[in-house]
Write a protein that binds this ligand. Structure first.
Ligand SMILES: Cc1cc2nc3c(=O)[nH]c(=O)nc-3n(C[C@H](O)[C@H](O)[C@H](O)COP(=O)(O)OP(=O)(O)OC[C@H]3O[C@@H](n4cnc5c(N)ncnc54)[C@H](O)[C@@H]3O)c2cc1C
Length: 391
């Protein structure tokens, strides 16, 4: 028997799960989520889970604020365990980035965020033990935090399932049927699902999925490596997350008195295959450790507990691609990508649900993130050129 659905969501990462949850909350017909592997087996399961609101463009600041508010009420609203810890966020920059930092903070404040500029001499009162060498200016967001990506994906998916969403684990989309410029169905290894609407939430596989309908998105796949260390004395889970633009390193507390850190995109000479990519290497991990201890000398004797690599999808401007494809009716991109999409997933779910149910978004305007902005010369810009992942 051929299956039928009002919408098929491709991908069981944080975006697919959030979209399923929010669509089910709007009681939108028959919803099917298809995941080729397991829930959170892609980028989401490797994510650092940092939730900050420091961005260069209003669209992302607004999205990050809405998502952070959602994380604050996640456990009560979704009835799950996001593991959200509201530890705050500190960004420290060298002289050449101070204008960018000030501009971003001004923008954030205009958009209603409680954020303040911090002089180097005051940074140690926010994070004891930090070495402020090279820091010309900092900014501090009290409401930022971090969460457990597995807990978030699981809770979204479980609640969606309880609300009637069909979730197929281990089912792979192999093709998409398009007729007269509109989506008609999704071909899988377990048969056809007829549908007029497909959401591409396949993360690093999103380019491959878009090609199934003849669209070539300007996406590349990159590796990120992260590590967890155990300091000689337990690190407080309330110490703020730090992005250090002088040493290009970020770190946050990890439950259990540990510290999680990363150094940005790994410079791979060859294109990265999301199905077969290299794991973490000691060279990169020790480089990240060294940059971490330059900023936090007290972590010099910390012991490496684990290190891993994950893949992310990168757009030319390091911002998400959201919205219906202009070329194919019923094909919706939900690529909240470029290495910072975990934090945005709650609002992405809500916005895509609005787009599908109401025909347009109502909470926020997503036109700056439209899929064809690159062809139209409307790519967005980050104020930080050395660490584009910050967007
Ligand atoms: C190491 C690392 C650290 C990160 N740190 C942060 C951070 O601190 N904060 C932050 O906000 N973001 C962070 N990110 C980015 C964030 O994790 C991603 O943006 C987010 O998880 C993307 O979620 P997704 O649901 O779009 O994609 P994914 O989680 O990759 O999900 C896509 C799913 O689609 C499935 N799929 C693919 N092809 C098919 C097919 N043909 N049929 C069926 N299913 C298919 C895959 O199996 C996969 O499960 C980090 C990422 C990495 C790798």
């Amino acid at each position: 028997m051929i299956e039928q659905a009002d919408v098929v969501i491709i991908g069981g990462g944080v975006n697919g799960a959030s979209i399923a949850y929010h669509l089910a909350a709007r009681q939108y017909g028959t919803i099917v989520l298809v995941e080729k592997s397991g829930l959170a087996d892609g980028s989401s399961g490797k994510s650092g889970g940092i939730i900050r609101q420091h961005y260069s463009n209003p669209a992302l600041i607004r999205m990050a604020i809405e998502s952070r508010r959602f994380f604050e009420r996640f456990d009560a609203e979704v009835d799950g365990h996001a593991g959200f810890v509201q530890n705050g966020f500190l960004i420290v920059v060298a002289e050449k980035e101070t204008a960018a930092l000030k501009a971003n903070v001004t923008l954030q404040r205009e958009l209603g965020l409680d954020v303040e500029l911090v002089a180097p001499a005051q940074v140690g009162t926010i994070l004891p033990g930090i070495n402020t060498d090279g820091v010309a200016l900092a900014a501090y967001e009290r409401s930022a935090g971090y969460a457990d990506p597995y807990g978030v994906v699981t809770a979204f998916a479980q609640r969606a399932k309880q609300s009637g969403v069909t979730i197929h684990i281990g089912r792979q989309v192999t093709g998409i049927h398009v007729q007269d410029g509109a989506v008609r169905g999704v071909e899988t290894n377990l048969g056809l699902i007829r549908t007029p609407l497909v959401v591409n939430a396949a993360g690093p596989w999103g380019r491959h999925i878009a090609r199934m309908v003849g669209i070539d998105l300007p996406l590349t796949v990159k590796r990120l490596q992260e590590l967890v260390v155990k300091p000689p004395t337990a690190y407080s889970k309330m110490n703020p997350t730090v992005i250090d633009l002088c040493h290009l390193v970020y770190f946050r507390p990890e439950p259990g008195g540990l510290v999680l850190a990363g150094g940005g995109i790994t410079d791979d000479p060859e294109p990265v295959d999301p199905d077969r990519y290299k794991g973490a290497d000691f060279e990169t991990l020790s480089d990240v450790s060294e940059r971490l201890t330059r900023r936090m000398p007290g972590l010099a004797d910390a012991e490496l507990i684990r290190g891993w690599a994950g893949v992310i999808t990168v757009t030319p401007d390091f911002h998400p691609i959201l919205g219906e494809a202009p070329e194919v009716q019923g094909f919706i991109h939900a690529m909240s990508c470029s290495g910072h999409g975990f934090k945005l997933a709650p609002i992405v779910g809500r916005l895509i649900a609005e787009l599908i149910v109401d025909g347009h978004t109502t909470t926020l305007d997503i036109t700056p993130l439209r899929p064809d902005r690159f062809q139209q010369g409307r790519a967005l810009r980050s104020r930080y050129e050395d660490f584009p992942i910050l967007a």
